[in-house]
Write a protein that binds this ligand. Structure first.
Ligand SMILES: [Zn+2]
Ligand SMILES: [Zn+2]
Length: 353
């Protein structure tokens, strides 16, 4: 008993290999095997490599990092050498995505590289930050924003041709209506649906593969969607995904929450680039079967710097909800730590008996 109680005093840091990880049937832990059949599954074999390695397939990883703004253009083809440029790309990627900055292809880094994400590059001039400031939002080059006259209304429309058939038009309209309203609650911008797709400010559609804008989609998972900076207005979703409006009725392991992605891409349409805050809507990665639709302080500060605040917006209640979410996460993490402690204690006690 004394041993058990003293173990509870220990900090929660012990090798995870002491006890087997629980079997996970969904994507909640980014497990590498979850992305086996996705466009970036081939990167799994690069796990644990570090500078100096030479392995077939590193050239593809350099191409991936180049696509998302971490690796420079080179003359000729990318090589299979794990060189200083690749290490630098990994360091920047880990720093940007909130991972431990090791410069190595550790399992967490490889899992996030293989995870589905937005197709927009992460390479953007970062918003100026000072010590003690927590904002991590960013804008596109030149900080473009919509310049429609005040009070600003942006129209949006769904492509009549580029559609998916397993969700009704009304289901998709409801999802986007909620996603737009989250942004209009915090900035003085209204969104209204327009009939004429060609003349709408924001033009939404589901596209497959190479669809003519230089940013081809890649099938199930991988890149999920992309949108263009102001005042372009194109918002494209990969038609190959299993888009879900309700995980109770959509059972696919690779289902992606439409509302989460819609909310993220509208952020791009308004002028926000990717954030380094993992809880923010503008973080580039989203796990299958997960839902993230609430704007966080980082998102709100970023978009309000571009457009000002909606006079009806209550900043205090946003801070409160941010604190509550962080609190819940802390309690969850403490609960898990306590459970691990108990399991470890029982395991060690068992070894001694
Ligand atoms: Zn994005
Ligand atoms: Zn596109």
């Amino acid at each position: 008993m004394f041993l058990f109680l003293s173990l509870l005093q220990l900090p929660p840091s012990f090798p995870a290999r002491i006890l087997p990880q629980p079997t996970v049937l969904n994507f909640d832990d980014h497990s590498s095997s979850a992305y086996n059949s996705t466009p970036w599954a081939r990167f799994a074999k690069l796990a644990n490599l570090e500078k100096g390695s030479h392995v077939s397939g590193i050239c593809d990883l350099k191409s991936y990092f180049h696509r998302f703004g971490y690796f420079p253009e080179v003359a000729g083809n990318f090589t299979d050498d794990f060189d200083a440029e690749l290490e630098s790309a990994i360091l920047n990627y880990q720093n940007n995505l909130g991972l431990p900055v090791t410069g190595k292809l550790d399992p967490d880094t490889i899992d996030l590289i293989m995870a589905p994400r937005c197709g927009m590059s992460d390479a953007t001039p970062r918003a100026p930050t000072r010590v003690h400031e927590t904002r991590r939002y960013a804008y596109f080059h030149g900080e473009p924003r919509w310049s429609n006259p005040h009070p600003m209304t942006l129209t949006y429309s769904f492509s009549p041709d580029h559609v998916i058939d397993y969700l009704s038009r009304d289901q998709i309209r409801e999802v986007f209506s909620r996603a737009f309203s989250r942004w209009s609650e915090v900035i003085p911008v209204n969104f209204t649906e327009a009939r004429d797709h060609r003349t709408a400010d924001v033009r939404i559609g589901f596209y497959r593969g190479d669809h003519g804008d230089g940013e081809p989609f890649d099938g199930v998972l991988g890149v999920l969607a992309h949108a263009f900076s102001p005042e372009n207005g194109r918002l494209h979703l990969d038609a190959a995904e299993t888009w879900a409006v309700d995980f109770k009725t959509e059972n696919s392991r690779t289902a992606i929450d439409l509302e989460s992605v819609a909310t993220h891409e509208i952020g791009h349409v308004l002028g926000l680039a990717h954030s380094t805050v993992s809880d923010a809507i503008m973080y580039p990665s989203l796990k299958p079967r997960s839902r993230k639709v609430d704007l966080r302080v980082d998102d709100v500060q970023g978009v309000q710097n571009l457009y000002g605040s909606n006079p009806n917006f209550n900043y205090e209640s946003l801070l409160e909800s941010d604190r509550e979410t962080s609190g819940v996460k802390m309690v969850e993490s403490l609960t898990w730590s306590a459970l691990w402690m108990m399991a470890l204690s029982l395991y060690i006690v068992h070894q001694f008996i």
